[in-house]
Design a protein around this ligand. Structure first.
Ligand SMILES: [Zn+2]
Length: 134
C-alpha cells in the first residue's frame, strides 16, 4: 500500500528517500500517489521490505536494520535484487554500481565495508531470490 511520507517522517528521513514500514510504502511527499505508482522498480524493492518486515516483528526488524550493518546489507541486497529483477537488463549494471557505492557510504550508513562486499551481497540475494547465476 502506498502512502505519502508524513511531516514527521520527512524530518527524520530525507524527503527524496522512500521508506517502508509494513503495510505501507511511504513515497516522497512531493509526489502524488499516481506519480508514485509509476516507480514500479522502487515499489518492487520496497515490497521486499514489506515481506521481510511481515515475516517477523516489524519494530524488531526496524531496530535491527538501524543497529546491525550486516543485517541492513542483507535486507537491502534483497530489495535491490527485486528492483534489478524488475529493470530491463540494459539498466542493471548502472543501477547495481550506484547501489554498491551507496551501500558502502553514508547513504546506507556503511552497510557494507566496500563496494565489492556490497556487490557480493547483491549477487547472493539474486541467487537466493531468483536462482540467478553469475
Ligand atoms: Zn531498501
Amino acid at each position: 500500500m502506498l502512502k505519502a511520507k508524513s511531516k514527521l517522517q520527512t524530518f527524520f528521513i530525507p524527503d527524496d528517500r522512500w521508506f517502508t514500514l509494513a503495510p505501507y510504502i511511504h513515497y516522497p511527499s512531493h509526489y502524488t500517489e499516481a506519480e508514485a505508482e509509476r516507480f514500479t522498480t522502487v515499489i518492487a524493492h520496497e515490497s521486499q521490505h514489506i515481506k521481510q518486515q511481515s515475516a517477523t516483528n516489524k519494530w524488531w526488524w526496524l531496530l535491527k536494520y538501524f543497529v546491525v550493518p550486516s543485517f541492513r546489507l542483507s535486507q537491502e541486497a534483497e530489495g535491490i535484487a527485486c528492483e534489478l529483477n524488475a529493470l530491463p537488463e540494459s539498466a542493471r549494471a548502472q543501477v547495481t554500481s550506484a547501489y554498491c557505492k551507496d551501500l558502502s557510504s553514508s547513504a546506507y550508513t556503511w552497510a557494507a565495508w566496500t563496494e565489492d562486499d556490497a556487490l557480493e551481497a547483491i549477487h547472493e540475494a539474486e541467487i537466493r531470490l531468483f536462482k540467478k547465476t553469475f
